[in-house]
Design a protein around this ligand. Sequence first.
Ligand code: GAP
Length: 449
Amino acid sequence: MSNSVKRLEDLATMVSLAKRRGLVFQSSEIYGGLASCWDYGPLGAQLKMNVKRAWWNAMTRREDIVGLDASILMHPMVWKASGHIDGFSDPLVDCKSCKTRFRSDNTASYIERRECPNCGSKDLTEARQFNLMFKTHMGPSEDSGSVVYLRPETAQGHFVNFENIQTTSRKKIPFGIAAIGKSFRNEITPGNFIFRTREFEQMEMQYFVKPGTDMDWWEKWRETRWNFLKTVGLDEADMRFHEHKEGELAHYARKAGDIEYKFPFGWQELEGIHNRSDFDLTQHAKFSGKKLEYFDEQAKEKYVPYVIETAIGCDRLILAVLCAAYREEITPDEETGKPDVRVVLGFKPEIAPVKVAVLPLSKKAELQEPAMALRNELAKEFDVNYDDSQSIGKRYRRQDEVGTPYCITFDFDSLNDKKVTVRHRDTMKQDRVEISQVMNYIAHGLRNF
Ligand code: GAP
């Protein structure tokens, strides 16, 4: 390993790496881009899939949690009942001098001095509430009767399906419903790359419990989620828990807190763990006229369950995972032996977009054909990258920069001894391995990386 390691210091370095290596691009870039919208490129899409799979498996492979994939468009009454139509807004202020728009509740210069954060002018409008939901129309007419909203959270799909899911899955309380899906918020101040955007993906789980047991479950979920974040590569030293005080609590919350992460731009919310009490089921029962209760057969009692919610943005978690994985090392170049800087995304193997790269030493057909055959064989089990351009040293560096755990070099000796060189991303140690054993070697290596 290297003598000196540097971590990510600024977000711009990550934005540039993400673009250069096909992780994340600005949306609609050829038209000048669309503010705060991002596209995941080939490696980014794979990374995102892996993060979602890790979350999904951690949730739905438990006996007490089932999955859901609800629609983005829901009946408008859902948002009346949930409180979003009346209360899901941020205070917005306009600067009359430079026309900057900003949120007045979290802008330091406004809170302290009533000044515009951009030009310092005091010529500002009064704060007015701005609803964050995106509106659209269903069907051909655009009258008020056709208004529907793009969901601002996935959670409401869980509540309105509570009875469907409880009766069809025959789950007994306590049990949870987990979902991954897009949410939309017309944020006043999006920014910091994929941290805060207007279109984003959420991973939410609502855990239905007996009233009275809710605070115990809140504590348990807080710990469970903390541990999960470590398994996807976050370092405990960069995590902290922030409990919401009275004034910070959302309208539905009885108790709430966030796991915060130390991003290059400071400590920020990563995941919320909320005790939503019976607020949502009671509201939906009131507005829909349907009873949303649970009958406990053993105790022969009926009650409206309380809900413990864990809610994290997939894109925000990806940003945290990228920041945690990034390191720069001064290390001898593997070809010249001279000191060199290598950039590594030290992903956990299950999160890495590519698990193994196959690198034929030459472009000659006699190497390309068997190397491609090995690539195709490995692709039955793993996400594989095939790279045959430039020097082997440059190819190793390219794979390090996207966090590929193993590189396999197919050389001329491989034709005779039927062995390949397998290089470990972190130790840079190389092993000569029988081609017939490579699949097992990689599978074992990834499990014990
Ligand atoms: N159902 C509860 C709920 O949605 P939230 O705290 O508003 O709670 C949960 O959102 C998580 O969703 C946040 O902790 C964050 O990770 C993510 N999130 C919220 N707004 C976001 C945005 N504009 N861009 C990216 N992620 C966002």
